[in-house]
Write a protein of this length. Structure first.
Length: 408
């Protein structure tokens, strides 16, 4: 009989959860409360808490009107299938999340954190693998982003290690501001890619206006990378047209030979009102190589409005998008939350040898009948120019993607 074995990342996650769970004792009183679809278990004194986490994103996507027939594709994709746990082991908190997507198994969060007050604000220190704060859309979960895919600033201005970092992360929260810093090393999922490369990042936000019906958002971020001698070249493709299914529809960075270091900066400006919101983001990455110097630039402008009596899903504490809880969910006889949105984005990789260029306009419609359930449709009109690969030259077309998302 063949033996079934857990993938390495899932096996490690199970061991971490087992090690973090205290032994049962007869004199410990446990309570259970339901958070949407899942139970949360905790002791009466609050010293121990655990809850399961999960996410399923199922996409249906189609692209047409490209002059390359291989780009005119339609199909389905499991964009994300995530499982894990999070909770408290006072004075620590923990999170272990494993994502099954792109035919691979990857750790997302896998950390222990300590939280406590300081004279200037609440401090959080964490050790392990954690999301790197970088742009407003890139600093929050993909399940809370207003569109199906994060904007181009979050997806293209990315360090070699990716969106997550294995290292030390600190966050300091004030009344209407926060600062986050991270020092990260090897990629926990594929350490050979980034071995001996160190990335230092910083992000902060401030709400100069923070009333009941209006929040103005100002943010800035940056990161610095010191590449090891193992990194001989940089190459990155960015999915385009507001979708992730079509591998033929991407903007290429080309090849940057013998990179030594890279510095990135970004700016955020947004306003979030009673039912409407707007956001502009800009980011650029300067790559120092031998002998060339390459600058990648990206920007995005987007806005949205709820058609129901629901506020935009903006979290003032961390300056990120958060999960929206409908004021009148379907389970209580209401319509749920309905939002329309639009985005214009631009990516310029042409400073790199054989780098590409892309523009896209996307409109979206989102219906969230419950906090844990979301249906979204995005339609994009895109154009791009490639100077390498099998789709060289200028091209344009349309892409439509629909997603069913279940998250808890």
């Amino acid at each position: 009989m063949p033996k079934w074995r857990l993938p390495p990342a899932a096996h490690a996650a199970a061991l971490m959860v087992w090690a973090a769970t205290p032994a049962a004792a007869d004199d410990v009183e446990m309570s259970v409360r339901w958070l949407g679809l899942v139970p949360e278990f905790s002791t009466a004194d609050g010293a121990f808490r655990i809850r399961p986490r999960g996410r399923l994103q199922f996409d249906v996507s189609a692209t047409e009107d490209s002059r390359f027939e291989l780009r005119n594709r339609a199909g389905t994709e499991v964009r994300s299938a995530l499982v894990g746990v999070e909770g408290d082991l006072k004075p620590l908190t923990y999170s272990v999340l494993v994502d099954f997507s792109n035919h691979t198994t990857n750790f997302r969060n896998a950390y222990l954190a300590w939280r406590g007050p300081t004279p200037v604000g609440d401090l959080e220190l964490s050790f392990g693998n954690r999301l790197t704060e970088r742009s407003m859309e890139g600093s929050g979960s993909s399940e809370t982003a207003p569109f199906l895919e994060r904007n181009v600033v979050a997806t293209a201005i990315v360090p070699l290690k990716g969106s997550y970092g294995m290292g030390v992360t600190s966050r300091l929260y004030g009344r209407n501001w926060h600062l986050a810093a991270q020092v990260a090393g090897d990629d926990i999922n594929d350490p050979d890619i980034t071995r001996d490369t160190v990335t230092t990042s910083l992000r902060g936000h401030w709400n100069p206006v923070a009333t009941k019906d209006l929040a103005v958002h100002l943010g800035a971020w940056g990161f610095h990378e010191n590449f090891s001698d193992r990194v001989n070249r940089l190459s990155r493709n960015t999915f385009w047209g507001g979708q992730h299914f079509n591998d033929a529809l991407q903007v290429s960075l080309g090849l940057v030979e013998r990179p030594r270091s890279a510095d990135a900066v970004g700016l955020e400006l947004g306003a979030f009102g009673r039912r409407a919101w707007s956001l502009m983001e800009y980011g650029q990455r300067d790559i120092a190589a031998r002998p060339s110097h390459v600058v990648v630039r990206a920007w995005a402008a987007e806005a949205g409005m709820t058609l129901t009596d629901d506020r935009p899903p903006y979290g003032r504490r961390g300056g990120v998008f958060v999960r929206q809880a409908p004021a009148a969910p379907l389970s209580r006889g209401g319509p749920g939350a309905v939002e329309i949105s639009g985005r214009w984005e631009h990516l310029d990789n042409t400073d790199a040898p054989l780098g590409g260029l892309g523009d896209a306009v996307t409109v979206g419609l989102t219906w969230r009948p419950e906090e844990w359930l979301r249906l979204t449709m995005n339609a994009s009109r895109w154009s791009l120019e490639q100077r390498t690969g099998g789709f060289t030259g200028e091209d344009d077309g349309e892409s439509v993607t629909t997603r069913l998302q279940l998250s808890f």
